[in-house]
Design a protein around this ligand. Sequence first.
Ligand SMILES: *Cc1c(COP(=O)(O)O)cnc(C)c1O
Length: 326
Amino acid sequence: MDSVTFQHILVARDRIAGKIAATPVAASVTLSERLDVPVYLKLEHRQTTGSFKLRGASNAIAWLDAEDRKRGVVAASTGNHGRALSFAARLEGMRAVICMSRLVPANKVEEIRRLGAEIRIVGNSQDDAQVEVERLAAEEGLVMVPPFDHPAVIAGQGTLGLEIASAVADVETVLVPLSGGGLAAGIAAAVKGTRPHAKVIGISMQRGAAMKASLDAGRPVQVEEMPTLADSLGGGIGLDNRLTFSMCRDLLDDVVLLSEAEIAAGITHAYSQEREIVEGAGAVGIAALLAGKVRPRGPVVLVLSGRNIDMGLHRDIVCGKEELAA
Ligand SMILES: *Cc1c(COP(=O)(O)O)cnc(C)c1O
């Protein structure tokens, strides 16, 4: 398979119905006034486990056969994918093993343990954790569920696009946070399957935008990882990327990059104007509009993709106390 189609996404919707929440779409009065077009927020940060990643993880699990179900799933993720996979596996009574390096903070480890996963602490880097994932897959037969470059994961994330198209039938532009591209590829396939002329725009941070660098180079490339308020958008796309690179190349109309100050302004607007707590990655759509980096001409939907931010950091940002890296 080299692409995920509209048809795959319709099948995914049926498979994960009842296992994920269909999240609301809300009109933003303040942003609509400011942009002079209707602006809608897809409130996916209210998804169970706090991000859309539950859609892809649930769909990947739904495809496993009885033998695989007995053995369980494994991934290296300290963030939203790890949370989602742990929760989705527990719902099915399956084992989930999440591998992490020794450098992961104790509170993050605890959060994922509480969602039902077995935790393996190995090595000093994400790469070391990935080696352990591959060992568990080879030696114990656990099934690897990667965070984005996997057909069932992309189709699962695409279900969000179906909900957008049915909630806002005249949508012209969709703004999607972009990292490995599973979310953007799935949403673009879904939205363009119903509204072929709608534009889908990916939004990343300036600090370490791997998909943008890869699209510019015409092939997957590595970029240096840097700390950013949009921490869920960090990490590479994989030099051996199979699906998301070509789908993003073919389906995205543009990719926009944001500074840390712009992302902070997005988090602050979400809180003080929309009354929503979102993490940096979830705020980039709002941030792009506020910064004037996207100027939509018709109804626009922004995907608020997650809310898993350290609440102390969130408080500092909305109080204007956070020192921002350039
Ligand atoms: C994973 C994640 C993204 C990016 O998704 P990709 O499929 O990797 O592009 C965006 N926002 C949040 C909150 C995430 O957890």
